[in-house]
Write a protein that binds this ligand. Structure first.
Ligand code: FMN
Length: 189
């Protein structure tokens, strides 16, 4: 009998540069998103949304961010500029997970960010369950106000991550995992 925890026990990231086509078709992607947004949500604020990067848009998005990086640092080596430009081109699909925050809500902002983070994590788990590979990346662009504008974010929005989804080009290699027992203790009164 399969261990019901197997999907969690086997979850791992595939580097975005190791992801290629095919990605999920539109109907599969809709199901993946439908499943991934079933997240715990204090106050039911729905403090998240998704922006899809696919097709030519991935290249254009990377080129805009590369231009931004170059404007910030005119001495940026060409290899680094190219890396920025190509970052979003490997996987067939990149979902920008956006936290749409309500700073004046009684629900602390961190709880809203965590809810959006759950969406990103569900996308990883869901993509792998569907046979794809995925990776959650941030990098400077996730924390840069001008990059946020390039992505089309509104005020009080924040990039929680870029979730790259596609077909792994090589077998996944796991990494050593922390010990559950070492990380768990009993509270002692
Ligand atoms: C919020 C968040 C942001 C991350 N950003 C990056 C990143 O910018 N670059 C990177 O190499 N890994 C980043 N990672 C880590 C990878 O997604 C991945 O977890 C890591 O490579 C370990 O692989 P694993 O998921 O198989 O444990 C990030 C993870 C999280 C949760």
């Amino acid at each position: 009998m399969t261990d019901p925890l197997q999907p969690l026990l086997e979850r791992l990231s595939i580097a975005s540069s190791q992801l290629t086509a095919p990605g999920p078709d539109p109907a599969t992607l809709e199901r993946l998103i439908h499943a991934s947004i079933r997240v715990p949500d204090h106050g039911k604020l729905v403090p998240f949304r998704l922006i899809r990067l696919s097709g030519e848009a991935k290249q254009v998005f990377g080129a805009r961010l590369a231009a931004l990086a170059l404007a910030r640092n005119p001495d940026l080596p060409e290899a680094k500029r190219l890396k920025e430009e190509r970052r979003y081109t490997y996987a067939p699909l990149v979902l920008i997970v956006v936290a749409s925050l309500q700073p004046d809500s009684s629900i602390p902002v961190i709880e809203q960010q965590l809810t959006a983070g759950c969406v990103a994590y569900n996308l990883l788990l869901g993509a792998q369950a569907l046979g794809f590979g995925a990776q959650w990346l941030t990098g400077w662009a996730a924390h840069d106000p001008d990059a946020a504008k390039v992505a089309g974010l509104q005020a009080d929005e924040q990039i929680i991550g870029f979730v790259h989804i596609g077909t792994p080009t090589s077998p996944a290699i796991d990494r050593p995992r922390p010990s559950a027992t070492a990380l768990t203790c009993d509270w002692v009164p």
